[in-house]
Design a protein around this ligand. Structure first.
Ligand code: ADP
Ligand code: MG
Length: 238
């Protein structure tokens, strides 16, 4: 079954068509990367998937249910943005468990979920620190931990690594890949970085000016680009 079905989704801001008839059918457990130049509509599409923004036209279904019919608290989606948005006055422990407390998860279950997640992300030694006492990479791990403890069906990432330095970016890339293999969750990951797209994705959707130019596995994108834009942007040989 489709984990996420995007059918004819369009979005208009004022008189600008930011998304034009987007169609993507994403299977459970897939790692899909939306890649394209700045301003092509990636974040807008992600916000619509998350139900944070309403499409002008078209339909989004998550596991067969229209996203707008799912009450916000039941939407099994976790989103990680490029700015980490941790609560500065809370410790790492409080930041990670906050969402669970809001959802009324029992104390004992919270503790177990926190322990497992902290171990997985190697932040178990940082639980009593405040965000200001962490490095950029550690903060990003905490932000991911906060998303992970909820064990969502669908992860949405919006350029989560773009504030990190090059070395850390590569390390975190590997870590995200490892997490995906381990959890088997469905991921939609936005980036403007072609290498990130090609190394992470099971399928890549190349976007340009509000349209999906090609949706295929990385080898196909590289070997058989659908058009000149895809070839140039993704760096295929001429
Ligand atoms: P990307 O994430 O690919 O860089 P965005 O989805 O953020 O692109 O933006 C796509 C286009 O929509 C841009 O031209 C941007 O200026 C415009 N846009 C985004 N959000 C709004 C908004 N709230 N109001 C008007 N225009 C917007
Ligand atoms: Mg964006």
């Amino acid at each position: 079954m489709s984990a996420l079905q995007i059918a004819n989704v369009s979005k208009r801001f004022g008189n600008v068509d930011v998304l034009k008839e987007i169609n993507l059918d994403i299977q459970s457990g897939e790692f899909v990367v939306l890649v394209g130049p700045s301003g092509c509509g990636k974040s807008t599409l992600l916000s619509i998937i998350a139900g944070l923004e309403k499409a002008t036209g078209g339909d989004i279904e998550i596991a067969g249910r229209a996203v707008n019919d799912i009450p916000a608290k039941d939407r099994d989606i976790a989103m990680v943005f490029q700015s980490y948005a941790l609560y500065p006055t809370m410790t790492v422990r409080q930041n990670i468990t906050f969402g669970m407390r809001c959802r009324g998860v029992a104390q004992a279950d919270q503790q177990k979920a926190l322990d497992d997640t902290a171990k997985l992300l190697q932040i178990d030694h940082l639980l009593d620190r405040k965000p200001s006492q962490l490095s950029g990479g550690q903060r990003q791990r905490v932000a991911m931990g906060r998303a992970l403890v909820r064990k969502p069906l669908l992860f949405l990432f919006d350029e989560p690594l773009s504030n990190l330095d090059a070395k850390l970016r590569v390390d975190m890339r590997m870590e995200i890949k490892r997490l995906h293999n381990r959890l088997g969750a469905t991921i939609v990951y936005v980036t403007h970085d072609q290498i990130e797209a090609m190394t992470l994705a099971s399928r890549v959707a190349v976007m340009h000016r509000g349209e999906v130019q090609q949706f295929a596995d990385p080898d196909t994108i590289y070997d058989k680009p659908a058009n000149l834009f895809v070839a140039r942007f993704m760096g295929s040989p001429p």
